[in-house]
Design a binder for this molecule. Structure first.
Ligand code: PHE
Length: 468
């Protein structure tokens, strides 16, 4: 195999990996879950879980990738020395592509809203009170995705945006790992951070800032239950892109002299920080207007546009804030989708062939564009009223979400820990984690112990609970 792709700089590596982690999950789910589960109490538990459970899993995935220097399927085989382990890698890759399919649909919505807000379509209507504005935004969104209202009109736009979003991903990836993914992430992740800061600063002047910040940050230990810990674990897995081939693939691009422990630590910190900032950008406006706090598409595409449009200071405030918010949502989504698509691209270019020749990157991206694009279109269609794309009484969209988050993700995490902790030789793992002795082995010992003994049990427990 010729020279393999890799990340070119240390900062670029962190930006790309943090980009995979910081995504829709951090922006629209984490702040809500944290707020409802004890605020700072949840944050503390979350941070502990990230370090004790998720970091060892992330490190295990990095070790497998960097050891295998290949796509997730082959890296699992190389690291274990057994062909059968390749199946685990392959399942993760396909699960990642399934996540990508519904991720593209939602990310496509952010593109629609960037344009709608920039064109002034989300401006407040004079003389209409806030609750009515929110209701109108709700109707706008439902109509757009094809639920209720003028259904026929809404049908092609979400599909078109989904395809455009996937197309943009393919174009960036066609430039390669360092010239495409890394270069974009180096710009988008700092930009995302700055945009979040701008929104937080704008929200500091709101009457509801103190209440919003308190919701997110005031510790309330009485809200913490065993379920809180399960929620924190599930959230941290999804948020840190674990069990889904993304981190194994990115791990294979990390240069040998970069410390895996520092990369994972910085990524965890950056992910938590961005999620807190997202909460501080969102909640003060909900508290200012006494709107019920929520999460998911309802919050992002229905409540927030109406709140932004009504912010004090004149209509210009909404005209500036709304596009900023949707651009940052887009940056968060696109840097995550790169990692899922890259896992598939590495697999196709390295494993598939045609008439004895390997498939090149552009060709692989065309193949994936068609495969993932088709599934995405079905996901978008399954959201529409009257759609019959249902599996086990849930829409294809929700089905893929549940299947991947509740089943494949924890199993993938357990597999990585078992492979690194039980099957690979200890020296090999330590060489990888200390970059051949370049970095201290102290922390490595701790993470190795966790990955070997504790993580598989804890995650398995979470998996069983998740099935109930
Ligand atoms: N971490 C991303 C988020 O928080 C989602 C994701 C999951 C991305 C798995 C890649 C792999 O939205």
């Amino acid at each position: 195999m010729g020279e393999r792709n890799q990340f070119a700089s240390k900062f670029g590596t962190m930006a790309a990996i943090a980009g995979s982690a910081v995504g829709l999950g951090n922006i629209w789910r984490f702040p809500y879950v944290a707020g409802n589960n004890g605020g700072a109490a949840f944050l503390i538990i979350y941070a502990i879980i990230c370090v004790l459970i998720s970091m060892p899993v992330m490190l295990s995935e990095f070790v497998i990738g960097r050891r295998g220097r290949s796509n997730t399927y082959r890296s699992f085989m190389v690291a274990s020395g057994k062909k059968g382990w390749g199946i685990v890698g392959a399942v993760e890759i396909f699960a990642g592509l399934a996540i990508l399919a519904f991720y593209c649909v939602v990310a496509g919505w952010s593109l629609e809203y960037i344009f709608a807000s920039a064109m002034g379509q989300l401006k407040a209507v004079e003389g209409v009170d806030l609750m009515e504005q929110i209701a109108q935004m709700g109707v706008r969104f439902d109509t757009f995705v094809g639920q209720g209202g003028e259904k026929i009109l809404g049908i092609y736009r979400p599909i078109a945006w989904t395809i455009i979003f996937l197309g943009l991903n393919c174009i960036v990836l066609a430039f390669g790992v360092s010239k495409g993914i890394e270069r974009c992430s180096k710009f988008m992740i700092p930009a995302l951070f700055l945009l979040l800061l701008v929104l937080v600063i704008m929200s500091v002047r709101l009457d509801g800032f103190a209440a919003g910040a308190a919701f997110l940050l005031k510790p309330n230990w009485s809200a913490v239950t065993p379920q809180t810990i399960m929620d924190a674990l599930g959230q941290s897995f999804f948020s840190l892109s674990l069990g889904m081939s993304a981190m194994t693939t990115y791990g294979s691009y990390i240069q040998k002299d970069q410390s895996l422990v520092s990369v994972s630590f910085i990524v965890v910190i950056a992910t938590i920080l961005m999620a807190i900032l997202a909460g501080l950008a969102i909640f003060p406006s909900t508290f200012t207007y006494g709107v019920e706090v929520s999460s998911g598409p309802g919050l992002v595409f229905k409540t927030l546009p109406a709140l932004f449009a009504s912010l004090p200071g004149g209509p210009w405030v909404g005209v500036v804030v709304s596009p900023i918010f949707f651009v940052l949502l887009f940056f968060a989504a696109v840097t995550s989708s790169f990692s899922l698509l890259e896992a598939g691209t590495a697999y196709v270019t390295e494993e598939w062939g045609f008439k004895g020749k390997k498939i090149n990157r552009p060709m692989a991206l065309v193949i994936l564009f068609v495969l993932v694009g088709t599934l995405s279109v079905f996901c978008a269609l399954s959201q529409m009223e009257g759609s019959s794309l249902f599996i086990m009484e849930t829409s294809l969209f929700d089905f893929l979400d549940k299947l991947t988050s509740n089943i494949i993700l924890p199993l993938g995490g357990i597999a990585a820990c078992i492979l690194v902790g039980q099957r690979m030789e200890r020296e090999v793992v330590f060489d990888e984690l200390t970059s051949n002795g370049q970095f201290s082995a102290k922390l490595v010992k701790f993470f190795y112990f966790m990955a070997k003994y504790i993580c598989p049990i804890v995650i398995f427990y979470m998996f069983i609970k998740g099935l109930e």
